[in-house]
Design a protein around this ligand. Structure first.
Ligand code: CS2
Length: 492
């Protein structure tokens, strides 16, 4: 077996592999990151790696809030890992050095709170996925009945959830007279900064009303739009990358050439010069966020449910079917674009054309099953917000409602051949209870799922144009299957 990637073997790496251009030993920790998954390592950690040579104050301590897997892979590597950028044109490898240390939160609670409370830490970034915020997807308010929130309010010094860690760390900073860090969410939530601020303020209020006022008045939560497609790493990726490096990397991350980060510039304690790495600082992220969530993620979820049901393993496989390309292009051009209000100079046409190319990238094995996860948390901002805008203008929702119907068909947990689907969703028990109670009636199934207020709110289930279109598509999906439904799709 070859050596492991780490500070000692860095110098031995095969030629052509880019490596940190700065001295890692002099880094100081300026950022704590919560949720050290592949996305963070292919996005914010890379932007930060780009600026450390000029400013060593922004090293990252990254925490997993649940599993020790990333720690186990990265700790023996001194936090180093490989970023593989893949396209049809080939693969470029780069070793990223910005993560100084990985912490497994459940077993090192005090360590994590210490570093979060340290005055040197000035930003806490997050990629904990939609469900990690413990909020109600339909209203964006803290879900006070969430088991982790109930736990964290009862034992606030021993938190489990992201809001629990942040508020306890802010409480300690306030007690010590240390200014609060900036909270920078990098998840695909609607109005992500505002949502996080709302969730944190409410949580703090429940701990102590004065702390609530402090969070409301003093803590900055800029909104961000983050974009880079990062599929789960496979064993094949690991083998290919080890071969190319000449050393073993237990957990490289694989991504596409495209990357984008749009951030509201509200960092009272300072920030890295991420613009030097290509980040865009703006005063209002919302138009970019709508563009990205509705065009990219809305298409992604639609492709994931329909593609999975049609028997396609990856997004690229799905996009090799021209009928799906037509559907997605129509979804973007005719149903999403009219709902967007972009600042002058934004080029939606090139963004959409680039999206089609990105989805088709055959070098990325982005499984439809992966994107299909957690639909209950994703549907509102990816499809339902657009549907509401369209309905209020009396405009068509044919493709958007087909996406919703495909989600309904998918979460029943049985595919078109009668084979079980491994549905991953925080609401999976409720979804499958509804499916089993429907006893084969498509109408009862749809009615049951529309009744989930946390997803559909009170308005959509009471809007016959919406419910009847979804039901018609769902009926079609059962009758014809996903492939024929897509190939025979006609805009109404
Ligand atoms: C995907 C996103 O898994 C998913 O739900 O839609 O992770 C998507 O790849 C990123 O948002 C792209 O920026």
């Amino acid at each position: 077996m070859s050596d492991r990637l780490n500070d000692d073997t860095l110098a031995e790496l095969a030629g052509g592999v880019q490596r940190p251009s700065y001295d890692r030993r002099i880094l100081r920790t300026g950022i704590v990151h919560l949720g050290v998954g592949a996305f963070h390592r292919a996005h914010q950690a890379v932007y930060t790696d780009d600026v450390l040579a000029r400013d060593p104050d922004w090293g990252i301590v990254a925490a997993s809030l649940r599993s020790p897997d990333t720690y186990d892979a990265l700790q023996p590597q001194d936090g180093l890992y490989t970023l593989s950028v893949r396209s049809q044109g080939g693969e470029a490898l780069r070793v990223i050095g910005s993560i100084q240390r990985v912490i497994v939160a459940p077993r090192e609670i005090e360590d994590l709170l210490d570093v979060m409370a340290d005055p040197q830490t000035r930003i806490v970034t997050l990629t904990v996925t939609e469900k990690g915020y413990c909020y109600d997807p339909a209203t964006g308010a803290l879900n006070e009945a969430h088991p982790d929130i109930v736990h964290d309010l009862a034992y606030s010094m021993n938190p489990k959830s992201a809001p629990g860690f942040i508020i306890e760390a802010l409480r300690r900073r306030r007690m010590n007279g240390v200014a609060p860090f900036t909270v920078l969410t990098c998840d695909n939530l609607p109005s992500n900064g505002r949502t996080v601020k709302r969730v944190l303020t409410r949580f703090a209020e429940l701990v102590d009303p004065e702390l609530g006022r402090f969070v409301a008045d003093e803590v900055s939560c800029p909104s961000t739009m983050v974009d880079r497609i990062v599929p789960a790493t496979s064993d094949q990726d690991r083998e290919r990358i080890a071969e190319a490096l000449g050393v073993t990397d237990a957990w490289p991350v694989v991504t596409e050439p495209f990357t984008q980060w749009v951030i509201e510039d509200r960092f009272p304690q300072g920030r890295p010069a991420w613009e030097a790495a290509g980040a865009e600082f703006v005063s209002d992220v919302e138009p970019y966020e709508h563009m990205k969530l509705r065009l990219l993620n809305g298409s992604h979820s639609t492709l994931a449910y329909l593609g999975y049901l049609a028997g396609y393993e990856t997004v690229a496989d799905t996009m090799a079917d021209e009928a799906f390309v037509r559907l997605i292009r129509g979804l973007m051009d005719e149903e999403v674009t009219p709902t967007l209000h972009m600042p002058a100079g934004a080029d939606l046409e090139s963004y959409k054309s680039a999206l089609i190319v990105r989805f088709k990238n055959p070098a990325l094995k982005h499984r439809t099953w992966q994107i299909a996860m957690d639909g209950s948390q994703k549907l509102p901002q990816r499809l339902l917000g657009t549907i509401r805008d369209r309905l209020s203008n009396g405009a068509s929702i044919g493709r958007l409602s087909l996406g919703v119907a495909a989600w309904m068909r998918y979460v029943t947990g049985t595919d078109e051949n009668g084979v079980a689907i491994d549905v991953r969703d925080p609401m999976v028990a409720r979804l499958q209870e509804i499916a089993s109670q429907a006893e084969g009636s498509v109408e009862t199934l749809a009615r049951g799922l529309f009744g989930i207020r946390e997803i559909f709110g009170d308005d959509l289930p009471a809007t016959p144009r919406f419910t009847s279109e979804v039901l018609a598509h769902l009926t079609q999906l059962y009758k014809l299957g996903a492939r024929r439904t897509v190939s025979e799709f006609k805009a109404g």
